[in-house]
Design a protein around this ligand. Structure first.
Ligand code: SF4
Ligand code: SF4
Length: 151
C-alpha cells in the first residue's frame, strides 16, 4: 500500500527533484572556463613529449642511444643517427614520435639515460589530421603551440 501511494503521489520523483534543486546554489556550481582559463594538471601528469635541449649551447641532450625506442611497447619512436668521424660519437639526425599511438606510460622517458626525453604537462595534442600526430624532431624540441584564448 505504501509503495502504491508513493507511486501515485510521485514521491520518488519529487525527492529526486529536491536533490537536484538543492544543489543548484551558485556557490556550489563549478565550471571550468577552458580554454580561456587553463586548468592545472596534476604534478605527475604525463602529456606531450619533449626532446630537451641544453640551454647553454642549444644542442640536443639526446645521444641517439635508441633506448627509448626499444623501451616503447608500441614501437612508435624512431631514432636515426650518424657517426661523427672526428668525435666517434653518434649524433642525432631525426627523431619521430607518433603521439596518436602513445599511451603515455612513461617507459621511454624512464629509459632515457640523459633525461633528454620527457613527457610534459602539456595536454592539448589534438590535430586535424592523423599525420599531424606524428611529431618530428623540431616539433619535439619546440613543443606544441596551441591557440591561447583570452577573455
Ligand atoms: S609513453 Fe609509453 S607508449 Fe608512449 S612513446 Fe613512451 S614508452 Fe611508448
Ligand atoms: S633514450 Fe634518450 S638519449 Fe637515447 S635516443 Fe631516446 S631520447 Fe635520445
Amino acid at each position: 500500500m505504501k509503495k502504491f501511494l508513493r507511486a501515485v503521489f510521485l514521491v520518488d520523483l519529487i525527492e529526486g527533484l529536491w536533490v537536484t534543486f538543492r544543489n543548484q546554489k551558485p556557490s556550489l556550481i563549478y565550471t571550468e572556463q577552458y580554454p580561456a582559463e587553463r586548468p592545472k594538471v596534476a604534478e605527475r601528469y604525463r602529456g606531450a613529449p619533449r626532446l630537451n635541449i641544453n640551454p647553454d649551447n642549444g644542442e640536443t641532450l639526446c645521444i641517439a642511444c635508441n633506448l627509448c625506442a626499444l623501451a616503447c611497447p608500441e614501437r612508435l619512436i624512431v631514432v636515426t643517427s650518424e657517426r661523427n668521424e672526428e668525435t666517434r660519437r653518434k649524433e642525432l639526425t631525426t627523431f619521430t614520435y607518433d603521439t596518436s599511438r602513445c599511451m603515455f606510460c612513461g617507459l621511454c622517458e624512464d629509459a632515457c639515460p640523459v633525461d633528454a626525453l620527457e613527457l610534459t604537462q602539456d595536454f592539448e595534442l589534438a590535430t586535424y589530421t592523423r599525420e599531424g600526430q606524428i611529431w618530428d624532431r623540431q616539433m619535439l624540441e619546440e613543443g606544441p603551440r596551441p591557440t591561447q584564448y583570452t577573455h
